[in-house]
Ligand binder design. Structure first.
Ligand SMILES: [Zn+2]
Ligand SMILES: [Zn+2]
Length: 291
């Protein structure tokens, strides 16, 4: 018992340490490129240091700040860890819809063995769309993925901050790319050109590789948001008990793109996915009947 406690404490400390390193590295990367542009002849230096275009400069600083704020919100907003439910009484969980407990209970009895999963680590029945994360050591509601860049899970509660972070960071990277591109100086020889543009070349390297990842992820997560599906459900569909019986193009959690986007960006409450599933599941063509 004592040993298990020690191991747990060591794991937590290690995890916090990795989180700090990753977050400091991210902040250094996001701040490093613009700061370097302030020390060479660039549009950003003209706007912010020489005050030739303060509106342009303030606009850039606002986008930069917003990108960092959204990154830290995605890191620190609790992703939706599942708490063990009490057998009776109020669990203090704010649910998104007003469906009755009876409706959910009815659903839970039906097809229970086929669609519900039991988490051996947390020793409880998982709510639909939840998955146990081995890094966080908890079950996460509407699990998307464990993000090493945030060093936390992306789930029901912080997925919107993750998507907003990607959206704002795309704008920041494209804006910084334009400033960097227009700052290159012409020189008569390649040697002189490399010498006078070395900082811009390093910035370009960071922007191109960072930009490809961020823009790719932004497009992918926008698709997931519109379709009302998660990364985990998309890549592991054949292994997920409540999805594998349906045709590949049928998603029982798809409520139409407007409703999907609205829920994704606005809801702060727990949704009873069991109820949505029950309403839509009969529409889908099942590959084989659930008995
Ligand atoms: Zn679990
Ligand atoms: Zn996790």
């Amino acid at each position: 018992m004592v040993d298990r406690y020690k191991v747990c404490r060591m794991t937590c400390r290690c995890s916090c340490g990795v989180g700090c390193v990753v977050r400091i590295f991210h902040s250094a990367l996001v701040l490093g490129v613009p700061i370097s542009l302030l020390f060479i002849d660039s549009g950003l230096k003209e706007a912010l240091v020489e005050f030739k275009d303060p509106v342009y400069g303030i606009g850039y600083v606002l986008i930069l700040t917003l990108s960092l704020v959204l990154y830290y919100l995605a890191c620190f907003v609790e992703p939706g860890y599942v708490q063990k439910q009490k057998k009776s009484g109020n669990n203090n969980i704010a649910y998104e819809d007003s469906s009755s407990e009876d409706e959910e209970a009815q659903m839970m009895n039906k097809d229970k063995e086929s669609v519900y999963r039991y988490c051996d680590f947390c020793e409880m029945e998982q709510p639909m769309r939840s998955k146990h994360c081995e890094d966080c050591k908890k079950c996460v509601r509407r699990y998307d993925h464990h993000c090493p860049w945030l060093e936390t899970c992306v789930g029901e509660r912080n997925h919107k901050y993750f998507w907003l972070f990607l959206a704002v960071t795309c704008i920041l990277i494209l804006w910084t790319f334009l400033i960097t591109w227009s700052s290159f100086k012409y020189q008569l020889t390649w040697k002189e050109w490399f010498k006078s543009n070395i900082v811009l070349l390093i910035d370009m390297f960071v922007l191109v590789f960072g930009g490809m990842s961020v823009i790719g992820l932004f497009c992918f997560h926008s698709y997931l948001m519109i379709k009302g599906i998660t990364t985990w459900e998309m890549v592991s569909r054949e292994r997920i008990t409540y999805l594998k019986y349906f045709d590949y193009d049928f998603n029982p959690f798809d409520e139409g793109c407007i409703k999907n986007i609205y829920y994704f960006l606005t809801s702060d409450k727990v949704k009873r996915w069991e109820v949505t599933y029950e309403k839509k599941a009969n529409i889908g063509k099942r590959k084989k009947n659930i008995v």
